[in-house]
Design a protein around this ligand. Sequence first.
Ligand code: ATR
Length: 283
Amino acid sequence: MTKITGATKVAGVVGHPVAHTLSPTLHNAWLAAAGIDGVYVPFNVFPEHFASFINGLRGGSLSGLNVTVPFKTVALTLADEVSERARLAQAANVLVFGPEGTVFADNTDGLGLLAAFAIQAPGFDPAAAPVAILGAGGAARGAAAAFLSAGATDIRIINRTVARAREIAADLGPTVSAHGLDQAGRAFAGVGALINATSAGLSGSGSLDVPIAATPATCVVMDMVYKPLLTPFLAQARALGRPTVDGLEMLIGQAIPAFRAFFGQAPPDGIDVRALAIQALGL
Ligand code: ATR
């Protein structure tokens, strides 16, 4: 346990609920290994008190916060300054408190997504082939914005409620198209990546029934859900021989730039936070 002093820098994660989060495991392992006088703690805040919680932190009593479900959209509206990538995603997963009382909102989920592909599917080129994204919530919107910034020229948003997919396509421009879930097979033709950004597959929720076999044999299949680590969706992709990328690598990928924003330096090398997270997941 880190020794707490009067000068300890405090950061954390805010959500509701928040007990399931792996972020404290990652950040505190890095803090300890780097010998930083800092600590990272969870905050379970009831939605009706979220705005007063954030506003009460203005002035820098915390250096920053990760933001998770269900606050990623509202967090953006409370910030004084919003990064371009958070604006495009219409969601913030990072808030940084400035000493003057300001709140800066950022989104590092897209960086995490691209980092996960770079690590687990190193030959993948986001600009080489169309990208299919399942879902049309904040996670899907962020993924589309990230692939757009990485040079993708054909992004297909596939959602049960096609109107929500159309909204994202209208916001992000002509390289993004909208498709119904019943048209998934057709939309999978020729894709280089298929990403599950729906909440289906989360422990206890329904699974997703899409024809993964309609993707090319080389298509990289990714699931943002990391609990379970091997979701039914990823298991199906593996059974078909598709290369896969998991949501835990994305979680680690978003945490690295967040740590830098909170503690002013990059996480130390040589800490296997993935192994620690897998241990914390009880796997
Ligand atoms: P977030 O902002 O975290 O992405 P969200 O806005 O609740 O979360 O979006 C969840 C996404 O998962 C939606 O795209 C939802 O589809 P609808 O827009 O049609 O509701 C999708 N989703 C959830 N469960 C699903 C299921 N069993 N099958 C297909 N899509 C599902």
